[in-house]
Design a protein. Structure first.
Length: 225
C-alpha cells in the first residue's frame, strides 16, 4: 500500500467505514464511475495574498516562452482592458515595458489570465469585483507612496510619509482579512453541506446497499455508489 492509499484509508476510517473493495471491472461499473461525483471539499493551497488572478509578474518556466508573441495591436487591447479593470497593474506593466521589454512580453500572458478572471468576476459577482478593485487601488497607492519614500531624502518629511504608508498598509491588511473571513465562511458552509449529505447517506444505508446489489446483478439503474 503506497503512502497515498494509506492516507486515503485513514480518512475513510475516520469517516466511519472502510474503503470499498475493488471488484472486477464491469460495463455497469465503468459507466457508474464515469458519472459526476458529489463535490469533494478540497483545501486551497494557501490563502491568496492578492485579489483573484492578481499574481506577481514572473518569467514563464523553460519551454513556455516558445511560440509567436502578441502583435502590437493585441498588446494595446490587453493593456486597455487592464486599465479598465486594474489601473494600478496597468501602470506597472507600462513601466515594465519601458525598462524591460522582454520581461514585459513574458508577463503579458499572465496578465491575460488576470484580465479574464476579473472580467468573469465582474459578470458573476459585481459586489466582490468592486471590493477587489478597491484593494487593487489601495495596493497601487501604497506602492507609489513607497517609491516616493525611497526617493525622498532623510528627514521629517520622509518620516511622515513612512507613517502614512504604515497607516495605509494597516487599512489594506484589514480589507484583505475581511476577504479571507468570507472565504472561510464559504468553506464552512460547504463543509456543513457535505456533513448533511454524509448523514443522509448513512441513514439510507440499507436502501443504497439494496440498490447497489440490484445494479451489480443488472436489475437496477446505474447508482451513484
Amino acid at each position: 500500500m503506497n503512502a497515498h492509499r494509506w492516507i486515503v484509508a485513514v480518512l475513510m476510517l475516520g469517516a466511519g467505514g472502510p474503503l470499498p473493495a475493488q471488484g472486477p471491472e464491469t460495463p455497469d461499473r465503468d459507466r457508474a464511475e464515469r458519472r459526476p461525483r458529489p463535490p469533494v471539499l478540497e483545501p486551497r493551497d494557501r490563502f491568496p495574498d492578492a485579489p483573484p488572478g492578481a499574481r506577481p509578474e514572473r518569467p514563464f518556466p523553460p519551454g513556455r516562452e516558445e511560440g509567436p508573441g502578441p502583435s502590437p495591436d493585441q498588446v494595446e487591447r490587453i493593456l486597455q482592458e487592464l486599465r479598465d479593470l486594474d489601473p494600478g497593474r496597468a501602470e506597472r506593466m507600462i513601466r515594465m515595458r519601458e525598462r524591460d521589454p522582454e520581461h514585459f512580453l513574458r508577463a503579458l500572458r499572465e496578465v491575460g489570465e488576470h484580465v479574464r478572471n476579473l472580467r468573469r468576476l465582474r459578470e458573476q459577482d459585481p459586489a466582490e469585483f468592486e471590493r477587489v478593485q478597491k484593494i487593487q487601488r489601495m495596493e497601487g497607492e501604497a506602492e507609489q507612496l513607497a517609491e516616493e519614500i525611497r526617493r525622498a531624502p532623510a528627514g521629517e518629511d520622509r518620516e511622515r510619509m513612512t507613517e502614512k504608508l504604515r497607516e495605509r498598509l494597516g487599512v489594506l491588511f484589514d480589507a484583505r482579512e475581511a476577504g479571507r473571513e468570507r472565504e472561510v465562511a464559504e468553506l464552512e458552509k460547504r463543509l456543513a453541506e457535505l456533513r448533511r449529505v454524509l448523514q443522509e447517506r448513512r441513514e439510507r444505508k440499507a436502501e443504497i446497499v439494496k440498490r447497489r446489489v440490484g445494479q451489480m446483478l443488472g436489475k437496477e439503474e446505474i447508482l451513484e455508489w
